[in-house]
Design a protein around this ligand. Structure first.
Ligand SMILES: NC(=O)c1ccc[n+]([C@@H]2O[C@H](COP(=O)([O-])OP(=O)(O)OC[C@H]3O[C@@H](n4cnc5c(N)ncnc54)[C@H](OP(=O)(O)O)[C@@H]3O)[C@@H](O)[C@H]2O)c1
Length: 304
């Protein structure tokens, strides 16, 4: 684990160009994304997470465009390989990485992640080209995503055989999705020196407090959290009180801070500069251990 041990929070870019889930061009567009990028950078965010499949490559292409602005300080770029069903040959990984680098306009990425496991080919087979990406200087570090404990440890072992460490595992984790804590994965990552990157750390926006059963989000998001919006409101009310006790921190900032306290690296998505700046405000302070314990208790039923 190199740069990831120094990074506390990142910026997620799934919504950048994605129409199906996030409704790109409905309420936000390219200008908002450019402003979000620079607002996050100016607020001290140095890790950006994208993937070749986000917006069918549009997320990476936007980032490539914005990076031409040459930020004075280093930005760590993380992207992902999608083992799509028709990608039977493991050589497709290095080909896909080449296409990602082209869209990003970069000679290498800081972190290349396998987006999800692909059982038809063994983990060992996929880890070979992933390690090769490091050896060829196309990726500084490598990680996995959506790998449960056993497959994650097998990936770590397979990479180690090539002399390459497994830097990270990117998993869903938030106050309303605690499965990867309850099943021991978060603790296993800490034990095995693998950085636990928490995706959808705001419950895809459900923890912001702006959605309710009367005002659900548009698109498939409401299906993902169907029947849970009522319970989430009670949690949001407590997050709001805790935030006030910390000098006016927002609900989102408290929700992200809880992940920091648990040892995760949250990568909240942002569609606007205001969201990016607010989320960066999760840094520079910490919840008290008693507040963390209280939030643990208040969210213990969110086992999924
Ligand atoms: N590896 C994987 O399989 C995987 C899967 C999912 C995500 N990810 C990564 O993780 C990142 C984050 O996850 P996510 O985007 O799914 O969900 P998230 O970070 O939990 O939520 C992001 C959404 O919440 C709303 N939001 C964010 N900040 C806000 C604020 N300060 N105030 C009010 N609303 C706010 C925005 O949507 P609205 O304004 O529309 O509500 C935003 O798009 C992704 O962008 C992606 O990089 C990875």
């Amino acid at each position: 684990m190199g740069f990831l041990s120094q990074v506390e929070i990142g910026l997620g870019t799934w919504a950048w160009g994605d129409r199906t889930v996030w409704g790109f061009h409905k309420g936000y567009g390219p200008k908002d994304l450019q402003e979000s990028f620079w607002a996050a950078y100016n607020a001290g965010i140095r890790l950006i997470d994208t993937a070749e499949v986000y917006g069918d490559g549009r997320s990476e292409a936007f980032l490539g465009e914005f990076l031409k602005g040459q930020p004075p300080e280093k930005i760590f770029m993380a992207t992902k390989f999608a083992p799509l069903p028709w990608r039977i040959r493991t050589s497709s990984l290095l080909k896909a990485l080449g296409a990602s680098l082209k869209r990003l306009g970069l000679p290498s990425v800081d972190l290349y992640q396998m987006h999800w496991p692909s059982p038809p080919r063994s983990i060992r087979a996929w880890m070979e080209p992933l390690a090769q990406a490091v050896k060829e200087g196309l990726a500084k570090e490598v990680g996995v995503s959506n790998f449960s404990r056993g497959p994650m440890l097998r990936a770590q072992e397979a990479l180690a055989a090539h002399g390459v460490p497994l830097s990270s595992n990117q998993m869903q984790y938030s106050l309303v999705r605690r499965k990867n804590e309850f099943n021991g994965l978060l603790a296993e990552c800490a034990k095995s020196g693998i950085r636990f990157i928490a995706y959808s750390p705001l419950g895809m926006g459900m923890l912001s407090g702006k959605y309710s059963p009367q005002n659900p989000p548009s698109g498939p998001r409401s299906l993902f959290y169907f029947g849970q919006l009522n319970r989430i409101q009670a949690l949001v009310a407590r997050l709001r009180e805790i935030g006030q006790a910390h000098g006016g921190k927002t609900v989102n900032q408290v929700a992200l801070n809880w992940i920091l306290c648990k040892g995760g690296l949250p990568i909240p998505g942002a569609k606007t500069a205001a969201q990016a700046v607010e989320n960066a405000g999760a840094l520079g302070w910490r919840l008290d251990p008693a507040e963390v314990a209280e939030l643990d208790e208040a969210s213990r039923d969110f086992k999924g």
